[in-house]
Write a protein that binds this ligand. Structure first.
Ligand code: SF4
Length: 669
């Protein structure tokens, strides 16, 4: 037996990017624990990855290529060789592209759990040269990214480790106890040193229970709340006029647009006590350093982009930037690594149509000229994660849509495929992984042997490029060549490469960590904060910061939100949860419907219906029900999940999916 201890990093869609220590025996993972190459990881990791052997070697792992053997969507497959499966895929793609054109093919992928080698690189090159339709990736962070870039350009926010210096921490639409556990001990250390904690969230999350102030805002009403705080800061003389004069533009326009929202008006719209919102203004104005952790919960509704922009404007208006631990954190994926991962693609973007991934059900049903005839799905499970689930499943199961899925396990999407190809997991292939919370970059080699015949994205798309005769002389094809192309894209690449060669990990310049407005500045065209950016103003219906009221009706009065589970990364690891899920609702809403804990209930709207158990909870405010995201068919009694109730409408910015904008009714089944 060959035992080995290797270092790696966790690229799953989680801000923490943990450093890992992986013990293998004969190439098989037997133990994973936290490493010490990142100060944020500090030797501990979440249970999801600690138990990853159950995912790698479980019964749902796809071990060979599979070709559909029964009716579409029934999950009947036969094993095939890679040659046979690729012959089928290449033959069908050639026929479709030759007859209907490249735009009849759509790559359908997400990259939340992928690094620079497996997210784009050869896959992007393949689809660009094929002339396929482009995919607009809008499940998460589309609205918040648009808002951040509009206001600040590409600038890293406050490092998570620096929250320890804050005197006030605001968690706005984020639940680190489930989706970024390493921030929790940092917050606790800050609180032990006297920091206050405010949580803005419709749910009473674990940290909301311990907070100094919990604003249980009605879903979709974050925008008036943030604008009311801005208005109060201006009208009470609490704005930092000197900072704004030096570093911001469009100040008067923001002041004017926020003026509509008094504390009382915003509190009424958001279902809050005006005194609580007033207390927040006082706390925020007085504390420094004060940091806002801007989450992704607030973007997933019709007002999400405006809400994110208004929350991001707060540190500018109140003058909280320029000190360690002060400002905001959105996604530090915008941290600047100098080198350009696009350099590995070596093919310009195709001038073809773009399809919003959040509207794939509609696209499969309605698009023509050309119609979508082939979907190649990788790094993604749209049957579980895309809005309007019934339309998505109907589209995937059409006999006239050829569906190829490259995945590690037999997902709900893979069950609808014509061909399933086995994929490596992150411990089984090399990748360049950069954090969007932790400001680290890792070059992580494969540390385990994949079971069966799994291929990495690099190998699969390299083979497709060759078989479809889309390679060009000099193309970088291997992981080494792709890595070299990325580090050759900027003069700083050599230094970064040397650091990775020496330690396997690199930190951003500005150690220990860059401080916004001290070490890093906005990268807008004039280096200023744009409080009402023209491009966002033109994109948002009615203009930036325009508020669209609650979509609830008498028939569907309850706001459905679908936050993350602590045991999954979106739908990843869903095969490991065998337990059914229950919908959480308040005691008041349960009593009004004669529902008691454990009852089977129907949850429905015009799009669909979910049947599951009810869980009466004190953590949910009246008017709101909670069904987690990323569930699979086996988690409910009728095989439909929250996504069956979620419309494919988009937010005001970025084409963002509106997962928290469904309105539903609930009754005993
Ligand atoms: S999922 Fe997050 S917390 Fe868990 S190991 Fe990966 S990076 Fe760390």
């Amino acid at each position: 037996m060959v035992a080995q201890l290797s270092s790696s990093a966790c690229p799953l869609d989680c801000p923490d990017l943990c450093s890992l220590e992986v013990r293998t025996e004969d190439g098989r993972v037997v133990e994973v624990d936290g490493g010490h190459r990142s100060p944020l990881t500090d030797g501990f990791i979440c249970g999801k990855v600690r138990k990853i052997a159950a995912h790698l070697y479980g019964p749902d792992r796809v071990q060979t290529p599979l070709i559909r053997a029964g009716a579409k969507g029934t999950g009947g497959f036969r094993a095939a060789t890679w040659d046979e499966a690729l012959d089928l895929v290449v033959g069908r793609l050639r026929e479709i592209v030759g007859r209907a054109g490249g735009e009849a093919v759509l790559p359908y992928h997400y990259g939340g759990s992928n690094g620079w080698l497996t997210e784009g690189a050869l896959a992007s090159r393949f689809f660009r040269r094929l002339g396929a339709s482009n995919l607009d990736r809008t499940f998460c962070a589309a609205a918040t990214t648009a808002a951040t870039r509009g206001l600040y350009g590409v600038m890293p926010g406050v490092a998570l480790e620096d929250y320890v210096d804050a005197r006030l921490i605001v968690l706005w639409g984020v639940n680190p106890s489930a989706t970024g556990i390493h921030l929790v001990p940092v917050i606790e250390r800050a609180r032990a040193a006297g920091a206050r904690l405010v949580v803005v969230d419709p749910r009473r999350t674990p940290l909301a229970r311990r907070a100094d102030l919990h604003l249980a805002v009605r879903p979709g009403a974050d925008l008036p709340v943030a604008l009311a705080v801005i208005h109060a800061l201006f009208s009470r003389g609490l704005a930092d006029d000197a900072f704004l004069a030096a570093h911001a533009v469009e100040v008067d326009e923001l002041r004017r647009r926020a003026a509509r929202w008094t504390i009382e008006a915003a509190a009424a719209e958001a279902g809050l006590a005006a005194a609580d919102l007033d207390a927040f203004v006082t706390l925020y104005a007085a504390a420094s350093p004060a940091v806002i952790r801007v989450g992704w919960g607030l973007e997933r509704n019709r007002n999400g982009g405006g809400a994110a922009a208004a929350v991001l404007a707060l540190p500018a208006v109140a003058g909280k930037l320029g000190v360690r631990g002060g400002g905001y954190t959105m996604s530090n994926g915008d941290a600047r690594w100098a080198v350009d991962p696009e350099a590995a693609i070596v093919a310009p973007p195709a001038p073809t149509r773009t399809i919003n991934m959040s509207r794939i059900g509609r696209a499969l049903r309605e698009l023509d000229a050309p119609r979508l005839e082939a979907l190649v799905v990788y790094n993604c499970n749209p049957a579980a994660t895309a809005p309007d689930q019934l339309a998505v499943r109907a589209g995937l199961c059409r006999d006239d849509v050829f569906v190829v899925v490259h995945d590690q396990v037999m997902t709900d999407t893979a069950r609808c495929a014509d061909v399933v190809l086995p994929a490596t997991a992150f411990l089984e292939h090399r990748d360049l992984r950069r954090g969007y919370g932790a400001m680290r970059l890792y070059d992580s080699p494969a540390v385990a042997t994949p079971p069966g015949q799994a291929w990495s994205n690099t190998r699969l798309f390299g083979e497709l490029l060759r078989r479809m005769e889309l390679t060009r002389p000099g193309d970088p094809m291997t992981d080494d060549e792709l890595t070299a192309a990325i580090f050759a894209s900027a003069p700083e690449g050599a230094v970064l490469r040397a650091r990775l060669d020496a330690d396997g990990v690199a930190a951003l310049p500005g150690e220990p960590r860059p401080v916004p407005f001290r070490d890093v500045m906005p990268t807008t065209t004039d280096g200023k904060i744009h409080l009402v950016p023209a491009a966002l103003d033109a994109e948002a219906p009615g203009g930036l910061y325009a508020y669209r009221g609650d979509p609830g009706t008498d028939a569907y009065p309850l706001a459905l939100i679908s936050p993350a589970l602590a045991t999954q990364i979106s739908s990843t690891f869903g095969q490991l949860r065998r337990k059914e899920v229950a919908i959480e609702l308040s005691a008041e809403d349960a009593a009004a419907r004669g529902i008691v804990d454990g009852d089977e209930v129907r949850v429905w709207n015009a799009l669909g219906e979910v049947r599951c158990a009810a869980a009466v909870s004190a953590d949910v405010r009246p008017g709101v029900v909670v069904l987690p995201k990323g569930l699979w068919r086996h988690h409910t009694r009728n095989g439909h999940t929250a996504n069956a109730l979620i419309p494919d409408a988009v937010a005001d910015l970025g084409g963002q999916a509106t997962y928290n904008d469904a309105r539903v009714q609930v009754a005993r089944a």
